[in-house]
Design a protein around this ligand. Sequence first.
Ligand code: NAD
Ligand code: WQD
Length: 374
Amino acid sequence: MSVKPRILIPGGAGYIGSHVVLVTLLTRKYRVTVLDNYHNSFPTAIKRLEQIALQELPADASQQEKDDCKVDVFKGDLRNKDDIAKVFDSYKGQDRIDGVILVAALKAVGESSEIPIDYYAVNVTGLINLLTIMRENKCNKLVYSSSATVYGTPPKVPIPETSPLQPESVYGRTKLMGEMIIRDTCDAYPEFRAIALRYFNPAGAHSSGFIGEDPRGKPGNLLPLLAQMAVGKYREGGLKVFGNDYPTPDGSCVRDYIHIEDLAGGHVNALEALEKDSIFDKEKTETVGKYRAFNLGKGVGMSVFNMVDAMRKVSGYEFPHEVVGRRKGDVPDLTADPALAEKELGFKATRSLDDMSRDLWNWQSKNPNGYESQ
Ligand code: NAD
Ligand code: WQD
């Protein structure tokens, strides 16, 4: 029996990472190793997703398939090259690490301008450390978590991948630098292949309600905040809606919210695409190397008030709110043009806004205190 390729997922314990690990296991085509320092996550997430993966196996699954639902976990930090080398050194021969999905990063826009060096250290130096160890171990496949934030304020919406890359925050610049470093690596080494996925606004949770987003402290992002308000937290003063005077249908900002399970699925599309020479045809790439970047969005814009209505419908909480001034750095509309990912990766986000709000509420109501609930 042939051995399944092993994929390393740094950041696999986090919100997006845990769903990516799960969907990768559910293909039954890969084995997974996670490297995480738990800066913003809990080991419980991995335990829980292993259980979901086991439960979803057919009754006649072999012992090997059950064993393959187990994730190898290394506690370690991308800023420390030895931590990464230790992971690669643990696998040799047929079991060597075949590819990497780099999800780990620091990701809070506001915080990034307060502690920029930490952001560059994790998101840029961490990436360079990873690429160095990958090269030393002849591991030449990478899927990279990028962000729609690299587009800054786009000149037109929906946003195609060819839109100018002009991030407006430290965080955004670390993500763009990451893309550039990876692109140059692909240019230098013809055997190195990489796909950057520019996520729009990931939302919701796995439909089991067993894994989901568990931010530390008061959430700065809209959906986790709504979910926590609905279970009774942060209600004082009501929801602050940041502006209702934008040039959008109801005056509030429009975003392209994409169900986390759809988004996670896009990583499997990318892993499979890395195997195909056709997506790296010269005329499709701006570069000489095997590097592509794709939007992962739904292509449907939703306003702040649309999201509040959706969460009210599932939770029954009224969300008293007050419109306050615009939040610094917000842009009126960030909606993806998802056509390229559909055409080249075969990726389509099919889950609806109702699915997102239902699954988010299912997770939050079952786990009012996140992973520390039980
Ligand atoms: P998260 O904080 O939940 O997950 C990140 C994971 O990386 C955590 O488990 C954290 O502990 C780990 N980590 C952080 N620093 C590390 C280090 N030095 N070494 C090892 N592990 C480390 O965040 P998320 O929302 O799951 O985001 C995942 C990725 O997606 C990030 O790269 C982020 O930039 C990108 N992204 C997120 C969003 C979003 O809205 N959540 C949107 C676009 C892009
Ligand atoms: C959504 C909308 C707010 C909170 C961020 C990052 C981006 C990406 C995804 C990583 C905006 C409004 C929010 C509140 C509000 N992350 N809002 N009241 O800003 O689109 O994107 O997460 O790559 O880089 O910037 O997401 O959830 O913070 O905000 O009115 O209390 O909700 O103004 O219009 P955002 P968000």
